[in-house]
Design a protein around this ligand. Structure first.
Ligand SMILES: Nc1ncnc2c1ncn2[C@@H]1O[C@H](COP(=O)(O)OP(=O)(O)OP(=O)(O)O)[C@@H](O)[C@H]1O
Ligand SMILES: [Mg+2]
Length: 233
């Protein structure tokens, strides 16, 4: 699902100095894997997700996601790629405040041709994440965990094969975060590939494999064959 080869990424600071965040990083994620990525603040985790999601095209090395080589794709092709292959979930939900839950889930249908059954599908997704009864609520009238579940439903709208998550439980209390982790475990069992940046122990325990981003590269923190106590089967 993901192949990254020798990927390097530098930012240019305000004063013109170049800061290398990723340094010859490689990554292979098979279809259906649930991988957690950990690492200290500033180690480049969000940078990595932006590259994998085709949101940042300024890098060296090779990236392929879902069999699509990202190098050399134009803006339109990248937008199509994102729409077809990738769902994003962020720490801060990124919901549109003046739209209801179901309208937020429907947002991806506004890019490209909306399927005729779009609203039904959006409602079904909200049912799926346990929010069927609250589909017409605005985000301000939802709890943090509920907002994140709306964001997850929206990320799933285009039926992506890959979900990229950036600290999806970072703004949630422990109990609410557990709900999101269980939802990810269910989605993983249904075959979705998940790459989750997290500081949450229980999230990494639920993942099949844990990678640490350190000095610009990914190193295995826990290999796929082991299953942590209380982790996913
Ligand atoms: N647009 C930018 N311009 C310059 N430097 C940047 C830019 N974005 C990120 N950086 C720097 O790159 C490094 C990696 O940032 P990144 O956001 O990927 O870290 P992170 O691992 O996600 O951290 P956190 O856990 O705090 O979210 C940091 O040192 C950051 O200051
Ligand atoms: Mg980050």
């Amino acid at each position: 699902m993901i192949q990254a080869r020798d990927v390097s990424k530098e930012y240019v600071d305000g004063d013109g100095t170049r800061v290398r965040v990723l340094d010859g990083m490689s990554l292979d994620v098979a279809e259906g894997e649930f991988v957690a990525v950990v690492g200290s603040s500033g180690s480049g985790k969000s940078t990595l997700l932006h590259l994998l999601g085709g949101l940042d095209v300024d890098y060296r090395g090779e990236l392929a996601v879902g069999g699509v080589k990202l190098r050399g794709m134009g803006d339109k092709a990248l937008a199509r790629f994102r729409n077809a292959h990738v769902g994003f979930v962020f720490q801060s939900f990124h919901l549109i405040p003046n739209l209801s839950a179901v309208e937020n889930v429907l947002l991806p249908s506004h890019f490209g041709a909306a399927p005729a059954d779009a609203r039904k599908r959006a409602e079904a997704l909200l049912e799926r994440v346990g929010l069927g009864a609250k589909k017409d609520r605005a985000p301000v009238r939802l709890s943090g965990g509920e907002r994140q579940r709306v964001a997850i439903a929206r990320a799933l709208f285009n039926q992506p094969k890959l979900l990229l998550c950036d600290e999806p439980t970072g703004n949630l209390d422990a109990a609410t975060g557990s709900g999101v982790i269980s939802l990810f475990q269910e989605l993983h069992k249904e075959g979705l590939t998940l790459l989750c940046v997290t500081h949450e122990e229980r999230m990494s325990a639920a993942a099949g494999r844990v990678l640490r981003l350190k000095d610009g590269r990914l190193v295995e923190e826990r290999a796929g064959s082991q299953v942590a106590a209380g982790g996913a089967p």
